[in-house]
Design a binder for this molecule. Structure first.
Ligand SMILES: NC(=O)c1ccc[n+]([C@@H]2O[C@H](COP(=O)([O-])OP(=O)(O)OC[C@H]3O[C@@H](n4cnc5c(N)ncnc54)[C@H](OP(=O)(O)O)[C@@H]3O)[C@@H](O)[C@H]2O)c1
Length: 307
């Protein structure tokens, strides 16, 4: 992508690596709004999408099928590449995105965690990799079939360096597709405010095998302590995260809310534990900050589940 981004009149060429709950929804919304979208997936999923497109069943957007191209590996340049595999799948999945084809495209990772941004910058030195997060509840119920449960889908995109025009271009495309977009100039806060909340939600609900409401009651001390620990690490990483606000946010989420880590544990899938809790513990070590409660949960879950 050039410094000024593709012309806003262009339809936009997107690759979506991992057309699951997050990627499949965004691929379908972008394709429905006129963008040229190629999803990158393993053979059977790519075949299903190439044959039938992506079907979305959504509380917010209704039910629709969008024509999305599919391939196992990127072979043509794109303007932007959304990376939407799980953290546990990232290393293998990146083989589908050759750096020479990606070139100077905009790369937008929407995985939970923080460390993947630097990993992608090292692997794609000519690309513009931005920090970003997504708020949504959606799941892949079959290859190319996405159920979108939340009455919203929103992304927060961080502008760093000269990425402003490219991020503005992307925001316009996502907005036209029906995605709420917020833009921030504070990448550390974008990533760490989400990670602070998510670490507590994921580790506590998974360890307790209970939803948010029960965790709030049963594990109150650990909740407050863990949020305080992660917020301290976030501050050392340059983010402005107030522990009281995060606990307040946790107190306001629906009683029955589960985390995706908890759902992965229930289904026997690998947990994104290293990308979430592991990343917090590593950052704490770099800054010599004690995180005993977070470490205890990470160690316990590592012993209990595949990661
Ligand atoms: N879902 C949500 O509501 C939500 C909300 C916020 C953040 N997130 C985060 O977003 C990320 C993605 O989560 P998700 O729920 O969308 O996961 P998901 O539904 O499991 O989707 C992952 C997708 O990646 C594909 N995939 C796996 N290995 C691959 C490989 N080697 N090459 C190419 N594609 C591969 C899977 O293919 P198959 O279809 O063939 O299995 C699937 O389509 C995670 O970090 C998650 O924590 C999710």
């Amino acid at each position: 992508m050039s410094d000024i981004g593709p012309s806003s009149a262009s339809v936009g060429r997107f690759a979506v690596l991992g057309p699951g709950g997050v990627g499949g929804l965004l691929a379908a919304l972008l394709a429905r709004s006129g963008a040229a979208v190629t999803s990158l997936a393993g053979g059977s999923t790519a075949q299903a999408i190439a044959t039938s497109g992506i079907r979305v069943e959504s509380r917010q957007f209704g039910d629709f099928v969008a024509p999305v191209a599919a391939a196992e590996r990127l072979s043509e340049p794109v303007d932007a590449c959304l990376v939407t595999v799980k953290a546990t799948q990232l290393a293998d999945a990146l083989d589908r995105l050759p750096p020479d084809v990606v070139g100077s495209a905009l790369i937008v990772p929407l995985l939970n965690g923080v460390e993947h941004v630097e990993l992608l910058r090292q692997r794609y030195p000519d690309a513009t990799v931005i920090a970003a997060t997504i708020r949504v509840e959606s799941s892949r119920t079959a290859p190319g079939v996405i159920r979108h449960d939340s009455p919203f889908v929103g992304v927060e995109l961080a502008v760093e360096g000269s990425a402003g025009p490219s991020v503005g271009w992307l925001a316009d495309k996502l907005d036209r597709a029906g995605v709420r977009v917020d833009i921030s100039d504070d990448a550390a806060t974008v990533m760490w405010s989400k990670l602070t909340f998510l670490t507590a939600l994921a580790l506590l609900t998974t360890a307790a095998q209970a939803a948010a409401g029960e965790v709030r009651k049963r594990c109150r001390d650990d909740l407050v302590a863990m949020v305080g620990e992660v917020a301290a690490v976030a501050g050392a990483e340059g983010a402005a995260v107030r522990a009281d606000d995060v606990v307040g946010f946790f107190d306001a989420i629906p009683t029955g809310m589960k985390s995706s880590m908890q759902r992965d544990a229930e289904s026997g899938r690998r947990l994104e534990l290293d990308a979430i809790g592991g990343a917090v513990v590593r950052a704490a070590g770099r800054h010599h900050i004690a995180v005993p409660v977070t470490s205890r949960y990470v160690d316990e879950l590592r012993g209990r589940y595949p990661t």
